[in-house]
Design a protein around this ligand. Structure first.
Ligand code: ZN
Length: 176
């Protein structure tokens, strides 16, 4: 619908957020004016209040404030707002969102690259947290809508045989 399209292109008033090396996505209020490592005053960066070409609308993982942050990270914070879970650093400042199942035995681990599909891995908590072992099963789902992506992630979390809208790409270490 035309109204929806129009709404999406409106540039909202948001400040910049930052994806930290300790796996938080923070607004200025939660981050503070100083860079933790260098002691440098980084207020100007946050207050620039401009949206960069790679930025998308995301949320501070501490207080929920609306921010602009790299779209890959922003996408995961949008999913996190609905599903909960923790942001993870996966090396080289790459981001992942891990969501525990109800029994707290497994995670759905969500990653995404700009312009690419959303990737959902189903891991034992032991494997994701400690051993570095592979996912039990992996799915990809094209960018559709937050609702469709959330439904797929929830299906993965319950160990469902069929994951709506998603394609199984790996099972028990074998890429399909
Ligand atoms: Zn905040």
């Amino acid at each position: 619908m035309a109204t929806t399209t129009k709404k999406r292109t409106v540039t909202e008033k948001r400040m910049y957020g930052v994806w930290t090396p300790w796996a938080e996505v923070l607004c200025f209020k939660c981050h503070g004016p100083k860079d933790k490592r260098t002691g440098e005053d980084v207020s100007a960066y946050f207050k620039a209040n401009l949206r960069g070409s790679h930025d998308g609308p995301g949320f501070c993982t501490r207080c929920g404030e609306k921010i602009w942050v790299d779209e890959t990270v922003a996408h995961l914070t949008r999913l996190r707002k609905v599903l909960g879970g923790d942001m993870n650093q996966t090396g080289g400042m790459c981001s992942a969102l891990s969501i525990a199942n109800a029994a707290d035995t497994h995670y759905a681990v969500v990653t995404t690259e700009s312009g690419d599909d959303v990737f959902i891995g189903y891991y034992t908590k032991e494997a994701w947290d400690h051993t570095g072992d592979e996912a039990i099963v992996c799915y990809t789902i094209p960018f559709t809508s937050l609702e469709v992506e959330c439904a797929a992630i929830q299906a993965v979390l319950t160990g469902a045989a069929e994951v709506p809208g998603a394609k199984k790409v790996m099972e028990n270490g074998v890429w399909l």
